[in-house]
Write a protein that binds this ligand. Structure first.
Ligand SMILES: [Zn+2]
Length: 261
């Protein structure tokens, strides 16, 4: 690389770091490289040839003012600068990053970006909590409440539009069956008055029927209904007016019955 001050060729690991602030302060205090250092090479640069001493200094000063990053200077210039100003410069050597900036340690990075790091950390924690809350929330309960409300309305309509009492449960089974079919669910409707039962909705899988039979036997033996034993259990409810009980499970996914066995 070339020395930022005198343009002499120099190996980067031999350079010294000259902070711009320090250089400008020194120039303001009277530091003149053309008097203090060996600027022969710089003077011989094509853009400097033919300039008067005054112009040379002005040109050099212009470039120094426009500089954006700290300079890297050769040992000769470092010595000249130190001799003229009494400042001690640090050899950068291995500590120089590729961009000519001193390498930043991890701890320094942490201190400099602490607010950003705290912010990122806080956002990460909040996102984590949000995901966990959503994961734990029982979304099917929302559905369940909505389904039970809709089915209760179906029961009211049956009572209103079917005058014959002995045909009401049959109509309830048909309407509830359609409701479940549309939502890809299977249902078991039990008429407590007559003891008749209906498998409604999507075609009931064998394990659903078996589980219902097992529950009937258990209830007959005086045990309470255990929804945990119903495969893909969704909800169960009571039709109070028509004295029917409904157990609902999820149906096989669409097309499962077409899959080769
Ligand atoms: Zn130099």
């Amino acid at each position: 690389m070339l020395c930022d001050l005198c343009s002499r060729q120099v190996a980067e690991e031999k350079t010294f770091r000259l902070p711009l602030r320090e250089l400008r302060r020194a120039v303001d205090a009277g530091f003149d490289p053309f008097r203090a250092a060996d600027m022969t090479i710089w003077k011989a640069m094509p853009f400097n040839v033919g300039l008067s001493d005054e112009d040379l200094f002005r040109e050099w000063r212009r470039r120094m003012v426009q500089a954006k990053r700290d300079w890297q200077i050769c040992p000769l210039c470092a010595e000249a600068f130190q001799g003229a100003t009494g400042r001690v410069l640090v050899p950068i050597g291995q500590a120089v990053g590729r961009e000519g900036k001193p390498r930043m340690t991890l701890g320094e990075f942490g201190r400099r970006h602490r607010p950003t790091l705290y912010f990122v950390f806080a956002i990460t924690v909040l996102l984590g909590i949000g995901v966990e809350v959503c994961r734990r929330f029982d979304w099917s309960r929302l559905h369940r409440a909505e389904w039970e409300k809709r089915l209760a309305i179906i029961e009211k309509q049956v009572l209103k539009v079917v005058p014959q009492a002995d045909q009401r449960v049959y109509r309830l089974a048909a309407d509830v069956g359609r409701f479940l079919r549309d939502r890809w669910m299977v249902g078991y409707l039990y008429d407590q008055t007559k003891g008749t039962e209906y498998f409604i909705g999507r075609p009931s899988p064998a394990d659903f029927r078996r589980a219902i039979e097992a529950q009937k036997a258990a209830i007959a033996a005086g045990k309470p209904f255990d929804s945990g034993k119903i495969p893909k259990y969704r909800f169960d409810m009571e039709f109070k007016e028509l004295r029917c009980r409904l157990v609902v499970g999820a149906a096989e996914p669409p097309g499962a019955d077409l899959a080769p066995k």
